[in-house]
Ligand binder design. Structure first.
Ligand SMILES: Nc1ncnc2c1ncn2[C@@H]1O[C@H](COP(=O)(O)OP(=O)(O)OP(=O)(O)O)[C@@H](O)[C@H]1O
Ligand SMILES: [Mg+2]
Length: 225
């Protein structure tokens, strides 16, 4: 699904260059449920943003389903992201002015799906995350766990193959976080996804089949079930 070669990321800063990581090589197979662990500031979000082609590497290549995404134009990248990748973030990133249904519909409307069809698919997805009773509610009236469930439904709206989640439970108590992870795992299996979860929490990593540790600018495989 993903092949990463010699991946290197530097940030140029006024006081000099920050080398986040260097020469990372690894592969994520179709169907893998992967955790990337590491302490704060080590570069987990930076790596996930590269895997999600939201950002470009300083050096190295990323192949998504065999396709080199390093040299594509912004327009092509946006299209690939829209078609193949779903994102879940720590702070949900829902649009506050819109209902759950509208938030989930958004990526579909952008893709050109008609209004009625988008609403139907979105309400189906919201049912899959057990929010059928809250489809006409705005984020401010939802709990954190419910907002994250809307965000999971939104991430899956375009039927992506790859699901990328950055600390999806980082803002939730453990019990709620566990429910979100179980939901993501169930959807991962049911929709035959490939999923990558970034976390600093070992309990989160226990949900995953493969665990990588990011440390001092490199990545190593810690465990594989
Ligand atoms: N856009 C940017 N410009 C400059 N430096 C950045 C940028 N984004 C991140 N960094 C720096 O890169 C390093 C890695 O940041 P990153 O956000 O990837 O860490 P992280 O592992 O996700 O941390 P956390 O667990 O706190 O979210 C940090 O030192 C951070 O300050
Ligand atoms: Mg981060």
């Amino acid at each position: 699904m993903l092949e990463v070669k010699d991946l290197t990321k530097d940030y140029p800063l006024p006081e000099g260059v920050l080398h986040v990581f260097k020469g990372i090589d690894f592969e994520i197979n179709k169907g893998d449920f992967v955790a990337i662990m590491g302490v704060s500031g080590v570069g987990k979000t930076t790596l996930l943003n590269l895997l999600g082609i939201l950002d470009r590497p300083t050096r190295g290549k990323i192949f998504l389903e065999g396709e080199d995404v390093s040299r594509k134009s912004e327009k092509e990248l946006a299209e690939i992201r829209n078609q193949k990748i779903g994102f879940v973030f720590q702070f949900y990133h829902l649009l506050p002015e819109f209902t759950s249904l509208e938030n989930v519909s958004f990526p579909l409307l952008i893709k050109g799906v008609g209004r009625e069809e988008a609403a139907k698919r979105s309400s189906d997805l919201l049912r899959e995350v057990f929010l059928e009773e809250k489809i006409h509610i705005r984020p401010a009236q939802l709990s954190g766990g419910e907002q994250q469930r809307v965000a999971v439904a939104r991430a899956l709206a375009n039927e992506p193959k790859l699901l990328l989640a950055d600390e999806p439970t980082g803002n939730l108590d453990w019990k709620t976080g566990e429910q979100i992870l179980q939901l993501i795992k169930d959807l991962h299996i049911r929709k035959k996804l490939t999923s990558v979860v970034v976390t600093h929490n070992e309990k989160v990593a226990n949900f995953c089949d493969k665990v990588y540790l990011m440390e001092k600018g490199s990545l190593k495989l810690l465990s594989s079930k």
